[in-house]
Design a protein around this ligand. Structure first.
Ligand code: F6R
Length: 259
């Protein structure tokens, strides 16, 4: 089962994860980070900016989870642009060492395989940051995704397109397809850190952490991972049956175990 940490605020969650990432980068300067986009990871990136100031990050590598298909890479909401703006620039990373799946239509047939090769060539992802969609997706692995899936093109659900419409001028502008790391890809990372905030994520979090393993709730795949940490605020934790137990376990956790 994943370790569940129930925090007071998004800032507290961001600080916890940023401390862990800073520790890893200090121990291993060429650490490979798995980077999520969307609103959820922003407190992590914000906290990380000060943690990594003065740390040599020139060797750090990064892989984004996903990208929209057919959106101009220069579009401000392409995940290439978002990762550059929210992660590469503020953290001072080497842009050439941070990759995002190639969502351009030319060559889209091979984009997934190429991304898998690139992750393997980097030695795999050490720590993967994850958000979760209201429909239970991680990456853009929508309900029905195979637990063995690798990076490939997926069709976004109507719910995900509606959720992400806030980033675009018009709901119809949200692309219909994406290239996403598969659940099998995500499960190969060394440590999964899934964050979720707000009541709107409560059902998805409960399904992912305590529900049955099912492709209908792709986030439940984290139950197969030997080192998965779920960091949620009280609202996102509100449907968890074992919330009191998770609070007690975190309170009594020995310091030496880390995150
Ligand atoms: C983003 C990603 C998605 C988001 C999820 C939640 O790279 O892969 O799984 O993490 O859609 O989005 P937010 O954080 O905007 O609620």
């Amino acid at each position: 089962m994943a370790e569940v940490v129930i925090v007071e605020s998004e800032a507290e969650a961001g600080a916890l994860v940023a401390d862990e990432i800073a520790r890893r980068v200090s121990a291993r300067p060429d650490a490979v980070l798995g980077l999520a986009t969307g609103s959820t990871p922003l407190p992590v990136y914000e906290a990380l900016t000060s943690r990594l100031a003065g740390v040599n990050v020139s060797q750090v590598r990064g892989f984004a989870l996903d990208e929209y298909v057919g959106l101009d890479p220069q579009h401000p909401e392409s995940y290439r642009s978002v990762i550059h703006r929210e992660v590469v620039v503020p953290l001072g990373l080497d842009a050439d060492r941070v990759q995002v799946p190639d969502g351009r239509l030319a060559g889209i047939e091979t984009a997934g395989d190429e991304y898998e090769r690139a992750i393997r060539a980097a030695g795999g992802v050490d720590l993967q940051i994850l958000g979760i969609g209201t429909d239970g997706h991680i990456g853009f692995n929508e309900p029905g995704s195979s637990f063995a899936s690798l990076t490939r093109v997926k069709t976004l659900t109507a719910q995900t397109r509606a959720d992400n419409a806030r980033f675009f001028a018009h709901p119809d502008d949200v692309p219909r397809h994406c290239v996403t790391q598969g659940l099998g890809t995500i499960l190969r990372a060394g440590h999964l850190v899934l964050l979720a905030f707000g009541q709107g994520k409560a059902d998805a979090v409960a399904g992912a952490v305590e529900g049955p393993l099912t492709a209908m709730l792709p986030g439940s795949a984290i139950q197969l991972h030997p080192h998965a940490t779920v960091i949620v605020d009280a609202a996102a934790a509100s449907r968890l049956r074992l919330a009191d137990y998770y609070r007690a376990a975190w309170r009594d956790k020995p310091d030496w175990q880390g995150l």
